[in-house]
Design a protein around this ligand. Structure first.
Ligand code: SAH
Length: 434
């Protein structure tokens, strides 16, 4: 399965390797002690994950070469902006121009972008985000797999379908060996180079069990591992890093502490704790994927702006913003469903503010518009996707929200559908570097 392109090491200095992809260079972090200049490797999320034999790499690269340049051409064509006519507010155009020139925006300018509902302005905003993505990161796109390994949770977040008060939910938990088996299948058979291991906050998995899981996966697979398991002790995150985990997907959910308090009941769930932990994870060297929920009751555009700015200030490598999808068995069952444009605005503004970031199309955005959500996200500044590789028998039980996109498809179909979408937009699943 070819959804990562091998690169060739051009240069090695300290823990950085410079990798060549058909003439395009990316810097990646290198933990390997046995790689040399000229070796072929796979990198993901800016981390070197696998060495590959030269003869295999050359074969794969041969398959890719022609397509790679065709895709680039197509992306360039799609991302071109035709002169926008009909926007009446000159100020809006000036703000957009500033971002094209790389000038940072003031808060009121960011708000102006987030508040627009004018069709032409929206169109220009989304196209500008897409153009900046093309300019800074070319047509690379991350494709990560996600394994949802337990739906047990000790928390009672008001929005979440796997909250502990949801007594109607059948709970499941995969044991360490099963998780390792699914992960090896995803990497060694399906070809994933990065995996997110996600669960509710389930303390059945002790630090020891988590470490065993990470070590066993790393022994069997060359893969970038993201942990998405909620709040744990500093020590646990430190030991998981030492065992080989290199990323975390850990949202702060909202940057508004009052809203945070309303949504997260329990003495331990404090906004500041979550932020402290995120900063600690960053210090340990984890790749940080974080962000917030869009469409929370009482959330304002100013909150969304603060969410984007907080994500940037946390040195996030990856922005993870998705809409709230109300779940019938939660206190937010009757919350209104967010308009897709609000989500696209957040992705686009994130791109304008942090042009080199990896920006995720979340499954929740796909769920909001199953037909076009992914495509619209990718055309509004996003450049990363996830494919659910949880075994079918568990998928529907991990119901943080209902009707999750992708659950109706087999994994292989999902991979094929994703690749076809990427190709139709001129995107290639190469690494994005750091
Ligand atoms: N226990 C982990 C993973 C939580 S589930 C952690 O605490 O980080 C992953 C994400 O699903 C959450 O961060 C939350 O933002 C999102 N989520 C939960 N309920 C949702 C809903 N109803 N609609 C959309 N996203 C939701």
């Amino acid at each position: 399965m070819c959804y990562a392109i091998p690169g060739k090491i051009l240069e090695l200095r300290d823990n950085i390797a410079v990798v060549d992809y058909f003439g395009e260079h990316r810097n990646v972090l290198n933990d390997f002690t046995d790689v040399q200049i000229g070796d072929y490797i796979y990198a993901q999320g800016g981390i070197l994950v696998q060495k590959i034999p030269k003869q295999d790499a050359i074969l794969i690269l041969k398959e890719w070469e022609e397509r790679f340049f065709q895709l680039k051409k197509l992306d360039l064509k799609i991302s071109r902006i035709k002169e926008e006519v009909g926007i009446e507010d000159n100020k809006f155009i000036k703000i957009i121009e500033k971002t094209r020139e790389g000038i940072s925006l003031k808060r009121d300018e960011v708000l102006r972008l987030l508040k627009t509902n004018d069709k032409k302005e929206l169109n220009l905003l989304f196209k500008t985000a897409n153009k900046l993505r093309q300019k800074h990161l070319k047509n690379s796109c991350c494709v990560h797999g996600i394994i949802e390994f337990s739906n047990h949770c000790r928390n009672d977040c008001l929005y979440c379908g796997i909250r502990k008060s949801n007594k109607k939910l059948k709970r499941y938990r995969m044991d360490v060996d099963e998780i390792v088996k699914v992960a090896s299948f995803a990497v060694n058979r399906l070809g994933f180079k990065a995996l997110v291991l996600q669960s509710g906050e389930d303390f059945w998995y002790t630090t020891e069990k988590l470490i065993e899981m990470i070590k066993k996966i790393k022994e069997k697979c060359g893969v970038l591992l993201f942990m998405s398991i909620g709040e744990r002790s500093f020590d646990c995150y430190k030991r998981m890093y030492e065992a080989g985990a290199r990323g975390v997907l850990f949202r702060f959910e909202t940057s508004n502490p009052r809203l945070y308090k309303k949504l997260h009941r329990g003495p331990k769930l404090k906004f500041q704790n979550r932020i402290k932990l995120l900063r600690y994870m960053s210090k340990l060297g984890y790749i940080i994927a974080t962000g917030s929920l869009i469409g929370l009751p009482g959330q304002t555009e100013e909150d969304l702006m603060n969410d984007i700015l907080l994500t940037k200030s946390l040195n996030a490598e990856m922005y993870s913003f998705g809409p709230l999808i109300p779940h019938s068995e939660t206190p937010l069952a009757n919350a209104s469903l967010e308009n897709i444009n609000t989500v696209l605005k957040v992705l686009a503004v994130s791109r304008l503010i942090d042009p080199k970031a990896k920006i995720l199309v979340t499954t929740a955005l796909e769920t909001l518009d199953k037909e076009n959500g992914r495509k619209l996200g990718l055309l509004s500044g996003a450049n990363s996707l996830m494919i659910n590789v949880t075994p079918t028998k568990y998928k529907n039980l991990y119901s943080i929200y209902p009707n999750k996109a992708g659950n109706e498809r087999e994994i292989e179909d999902d991979i094929e559908k994703t690749l076809n979408l990427l190709y139709s937009l001129g995107r290639a699943p190469t690494d994005l570097g750091i």
